[in-house]
Design a protein around this ligand. Structure first.
Ligand SMILES: [Zn+2]
Length: 243
């Protein structure tokens, strides 16, 4: 029987989250993305963990900027999207849709989620009921379409909400209130959304994160997940860009 993974989440930069995943059975520790090298290193030291892996979701600087700095302190494997190997500093292993790799005795599944960037991937750990989704899905929102199309994002969100309902989705930014204020304009009658927003406001007032969310929750409150077509998603995304 595998020992449960320990997930440690902490704020980085303006509104990013850092994530450490520790496997007590093997002593391995992975960071999902590297928004802030010093903070990630300090967190490892405080926990008595040695960083062994970096898993990059996409190439943006606030997700990969700490890759090289962390190499000066830790001997790490850097796993990222094969399609972005030229854009991810220090990447040692490229992965693609459907690839699986082992983190000790836990399987990690790679899901390609293009849209925000072309090469964007998510890391799904079935044994932990957790997916690390980068800038693809946010609480009540989705990533900006910097490189991909509405069709890309529509397909990517469908894959993520196709995971089991209780899967925890670890989004890389705390964008919930801003997303929620927009979502309410799209679905003013959605009482689940209104109820959730009251809860989220309270959490933020208390300095608490709204991440992770769950698949079940996003199906109820996320106007991008709830869009019935790529065209509708595209219209909503354009409206949010100007909100
Ligand atoms: Zn990004």
């Amino acid at each position: 029987m595998a020992q449960d993974l320990i997930i440690d989440m902490f704020p980085c930069l303006q509104d990013n989250y850092g994530f450490l995943i520790h496997n007590p059975a093997t002593g391995s520790t992975a960071t999902v993305d590297t928004p802030e090298a010093e903070k990630i290193a300090a967190r490892c030291r405080a926990r008595g963990w040695t960083l062994t892996h970096i898993w990059n979701t996409h190439h943006h600087w606030d997700h990969t900027g700490g890759n090289i700095p962390l190499l000066s302190e830790f001997d790490v494997d850097i796993i990222g999207p094969e399609r972005d190997k030229k854009r991810i500093p220090g990447m040692t292993q490229g992965v693609e849709e459907g690839d699986r790799f082992y983190f000790g005795d836990h399987v990690v599944e790679v899901i390609e989620t293009p849209g925000h960037t072309i090469g964007h991937i998510a890391f799904y750990i079935p044994s932990a009921g957790a997916a690390f989704v980068g800038d693809t899905i946010f609480v009540a929102g989705c990533g900006r379409l910097f490189e991909g199309s509405p069709e890309d994002m529509f397909g990517s969100l469908a894959k993520l909400v196709g995971l089991p309902d209780d899967t925890k989705l670890y989004c890389a930014h705390e964008y919930t209130l801003s997303n929620g204020y927009f979502a309410v304009t799209v679905e003013p009658e959605n009482s689940d959304l209104a109820d959730y927003m009251a809860k989220a406001r309270k959490l933020r007032e208390d300095g608490q994160p709204t991440v992770p969310t769950t698949v079940a929750q996003e199906k109820k409150i996320n106007p991008f997940v709830r869009a019935v077509s790529a065209e509708e998603l595209g219209k909503r995304r354009a409206a949010k860009d100007n909100f």
